[in-house]
Design a protein around this ligand. Sequence first.
Ligand code: BGC
Length: 396
Amino acid sequence: MSQTKDWCFVLCKLVVCVAVVALVACSTSSPATGSDASTEGAGSLKSLPRVATGDAPGASPKALAMNKRLGRGINLGNVYEAPINGAWGLSFQKTPELTKVAKNLGFAHVRMPVRWSNHAMVRPPFTINPAFMAQVKSSVDGFIAQGQIVVLNVHHYRQLDGDTLDNGEAAVPSELVDVRFVMLWQQIAQAFKDYSNDQLVFELYNEPHGRMQTGQTPSGNSDAWNNLMAHAMAQVRATNPERIVIVGPTHWNNAYWLDQLRLPNDPHMIVTVHQYEPFNFTHQGSEWVSPRKPTGQTCCSDSQKRQIIGILNKAQTWSQKHKYPIYVGEFGAYAHNNHSEEVTTQRVNFNAFMREEMERRDMSWAYWELASGFGIYDLAAGKTREPLWRSLIPAQ
Ligand code: BGC
């Protein structure tokens, strides 16, 4: 599908109380590699609670208000989503500087993509490394302290989607992959339960695909993701009854699969899509797409604009029908290490067109991303890339 963020080409890219009791009991055991506990007794997904779906009531006034407040945001990409600290160019140690930048550049919120899956035991009780949890918390606290809202997600759990592991990732026994996802949410929800609902939002999973869906066309289904989402939501609601939770469709949060999304019957929700079309333009020269897309692509011709508008209209129509607001959690164009005026102008065109069209439809958004390959900030030089930034946050 041309409108798909076509990752077919991407190379790299208990019963509850038993688990909870075990979790507390084992919280000091070694992270990442996990204990040698038998997988028996870990419970299957079926033994975990799930929330009801199929009769979603539409968004609450609180969810609608939150989507307005999210407004314009930025992704803190390549930091907590890397397989190990620093592997993708930005280390945890850089977050205080990046936190200040995100505020100074005027973003209402920050989306924090976090690869919890590589910082938790691979076997029950799947304990998240306490040092990693403390590090993530300190970043969340930093953004909140300066008045920004944080969207905290689970990002990149390679085995959940059936993808190849990244370098430095530990393998999870296949029968535990899904249960582990749910139990990661049990811990994240518990850890952040006392944060204000006005300052912190959860997003259940970035870009479900592969194992989470069946078929590459709308004749397939998203049952695996819908089911897993309902289980994760049960864990979140046990400790965070009114927190706003964001979920999106399969096929990498593609708007054309919104019709397969079975939302929990819950009003405190926002629905997300990602928008990287025209993909040949936004991902030209990207090292993680194979075969590599040729550079020299421009944006935005009339047909490229029609493609973008088609996707946003699809999301808008779904939103009007189902009464949940839309958050475009990722869009952006890769610089392929070329910051010439010529290339920048095309990226500015894309950003400005996207911003206008999203805002015309009352969608909140987060640009992908702050200070890496798509970045509006040059960390090495300590400088904002002004035209790119202004394409997102125009001068008043
Ligand atoms: C991925 C990033 C990638 C970006 C653009 C995100 O969802 O997490 O690794 O750079 O999409 O392709």
